[in-house]
Write a protein that binds this ligand. Structure first.
Ligand code: HEC
Length: 170
């Protein structure tokens, strides 16, 4: 074979060029990104939720609240969530890091609940909301254990802290 060298060089370049291009293009796109830093005194992660709220999340899942409620605030250019008061800033991945089940939801018949805890007026108004028009009155049977857990869960839903990816406007 006369062209062995040429063949080997061709094979080498076929592999090396795309491989190098992948490396270089990723470096060009992401290489400049440093580690996200938070301001002094700002929480790095959302806070943990109390035990009653964890029980409430199970109620939320079991009775199907997710069928009508989302928990994700979209950024300003992608819907009117912020204008509607669903949140003070868009939701980011960091908001969900401590949640074993992320209940984003994909249908929104009622308001988004991602930041509900920050806008709820008081506990009795939370219970009025839970009952809706009476459809969820069954949660109050007996000692209203499920409704109380659900209220604690709803009040724990807050995205009102600054995050490196989505700062709150001061
Ligand atoms: C069939 C659809 C549907 C289901 C299921 C549903 N909701 Fe709602 N929810 C709504 C609608 C619609 C509203 C708005 C009602 C209004 O403003 O009068 C609402 C309002 C609320 C509000 C008040 C939100 C705000 O911003 O004031 C809360 C809290 C709430 N729902 C929690 C729940 C919980 C908890 C469950 C599960 C137990 C649930 N919802 C199940 C439709 C639903």
């Amino acid at each position: 074979m006369k062209n062995t060298k040429l063949l080997i060089a061709g094979v080498f370049l076929t592999v090396a060029l795309p491989f190098g291009a992948i490396l270089l293009s990723s470096q060009a796109q992401l290489g400049e990104l440093g580690r996200a830093s938070v301001g002094e005194g700002e929480p790095l992660f959302p806070s943990r939720v109390p035990g009653l709220a964890v029980q409430g999340r199970d109620v939320y899942i079991s009775v199907g609240c997710i069928a009508c409620h989302t928990q994700q605030v979209r950024p300003a250019g992608q819907g009117s969530d912020i204008a509607r008061g669903y949140g003070a800033r868009p939701s980011v991945a960091r908001d969900y890091v401590l949640q074993p089940q992320v209940l984003l939801g994909d249908r929104r018949l009622g308001p988004d609940l991602a930041n509900y805890g920050a806008r709820a007026k008081d506990l009795s108004s939370v219970h009025v909301s839970i009952k809706h028009k009476g459809e969820f009155a069954f949660l109050y049977s007996g000692d209203a254990e499920r409704a109380n857990a659900l209220a604690a869960y709803l009040l724990s839903l807050r995205q009102d802290y600054s995050s490196p990816e989505a700062k709150l406007k001061k």
